[in-house]
Write a protein that binds this ligand. Structure first.
Ligand code: ZN
Length: 175
């Protein structure tokens, strides 16, 4: 899906608000499958001196298995962005290999593709590993923990440790 920037092309120098939704396909990250809710981008865009300025906020939720107990874990992605898109002909003139890839964003016509931008911003914001909660003790510890101090740990899941694995298998079959 592309973002329609025709209003900005018609009225350079003027800022226009936008709301945009993108979809990110499940990503294989270090052997882990991470899935994403629809990505919401909202903010403003404007054409200034031939360049497109795109500024706003990107939010979504990423889902993967907890690194310790394999229960489903959710991570809220929330990033601010400010990107400048150059016309393709200007990109060639500037050239140079030392430019950051995100600075080489180009726009060509009224339909602006932002799927790669959304993917890059989202992946860069992901944590090193997913945890179902900060204090997750992992499978082995939860079993021992519940036996000893069950009354004090009401927030721990009362499940057989392998139910987490079973859940993963079921999830795979649904896809
Ligand atoms: Zn966990």
């Amino acid at each position: 899906m592309a973002l329609d920037i025709s209003r900005a092309l018609r009225s350079p120098g003027q800022r226009f608000p936008f709301q945009h939704e993108e979809y990110i396909a499940p990503q294989d990250i270090l052997g882990e499958t991470v899935t994403f809710d629809p990505v919401l981008m909202d903010g403003h865009f404007a054409i200034e001196e031939g360049r497109l300025h795109l500024e706003g906020r990107l939010t979504t939720a990423a889902h993967a298995a907890c690194a310790k107990c394999l229960e489903p874990a959710r991570y809220a992605v929330d990033v601010s962005f400010y990107e400048i898109f150059t016309r393709p002909q200007d990109l060639v003139e500037e050239g140079g290999d030392d430019v950051d890839p995100l600075d080489r964003l180009a726009y060509d016509g009224p339909q602006l593709a932002v799927d790669q931008l959304a993917l890059t911003l989202t992946l860069l914001d992901l944590p090193m590993r997913f945890l179902c909660k900060e204090t997750c003790q992992g499978l082995d510890n939860i079993v021992g923990f519940q036996r000893e101090t069950h009354a004090d740990q009401e927030d721990l899941p009362e499940q057989h440790p392998f139910s987490a694995l079973q859940q993963l298998l079921n999830k795979d079959q649904e896809v």
